[in-house]
Design a protein around this ligand. Sequence first.
Ligand SMILES: NC(=O)c1ccc[n+]([C@@H]2O[C@H](COP(=O)([O-])OP(=O)(O)OC[C@H]3O[C@@H](n4cnc5c(N)ncnc54)[C@H](OP(=O)(O)O)[C@@H]3O)[C@@H](O)[C@H]2O)c1
Length: 244
Amino acid sequence: MELSQKNILITGGNSGIGLSLARQLSALGNSLIVVSRSQKNWSEFSRFRSAVVTMQCDISKQQEVLSLVEKLESSNITLDILINSAAVQHTGRLTDGAFSFTDIGTEVDTNFTSIVRLCSLLLGGLLSRPRSAIVNLSSGLAFYPKTSSAVYCATKAALHSFSQSLRYQLAGTPVQVTEVILPLVSTPMTEGRGSGKMSPDAAAEAIIKGLKNGRTEIYVGKARLLPVMMRLWPGFVKRMLKKY
Ligand SMILES: NC(=O)c1ccc[n+]([C@@H]2O[C@H](COP(=O)([O-])OP(=O)(O)OC[C@H]3O[C@@H](n4cnc5c(N)ncnc54)[C@H](OP(=O)(O)O)[C@@H]3O)[C@@H](O)[C@H]2O)c1
């Protein structure tokens, strides 16, 4: 896939992997629409090579997603690529009362429901382009959940399943559905956790390379070992992640 002069919407494009993707995609000459709740790092976009439109939106809220799509339509922006990077991860155990009633809904709606809603609302525009893509940022945790982030892992498993079904539905159309399976990356989401983390810039580079090569599943960094581990030592990976 050509990755220049495209209109690309990135949810969560103001932090972590989303911000690195925004930087690199802008350097390639793409126009960006960055969506986030806060205005964190927005000042950086003025130094980008290409045009960046910022839109404040809490994607966990159905009404705000509808308004976002209306704003795109009224601005006559037709997307070529939708990158679903925004997500939240709560850690803790249900048994310790670490998850409030609201937190559970917000996590599911941010990480999963919003993506289904955005795909369904933006699909018409994506189908009208000669070549377009939906890119969902997922995780090795979609296949092997860890102990401490049960809701997060479940949303990524749901995203994996949804990405596959949507890919089947869109076979033979211009829309490519790509799932990105990431390892542990050094971002605000993982601050204070884990070691040997990949940099967000390196993760973004690998994602862009995979998209250019037309990959529908992009295993990044250490996550490239997953398909082999799943086949040869599924019990080992399961035991390893259960510790976290
Ligand atoms: N980091 C890792 O190790 C890792 C591993 C596997 C998969 N991933 C996945 O990679 C993606 C990016 O993660 P990251 O580590 O780069 O995270 P991050 O640095 O924490 O960034 C999360 C982004 O999501 C936005 N966001 C959160 N809730 C939102 C909402 N309700 N509405 C709109 N925007 C919202 C945040 O902006 P505001 O706070 O301003 O809204 C922020 O831009 C996520 O899908 C994550 O699950 C990450």
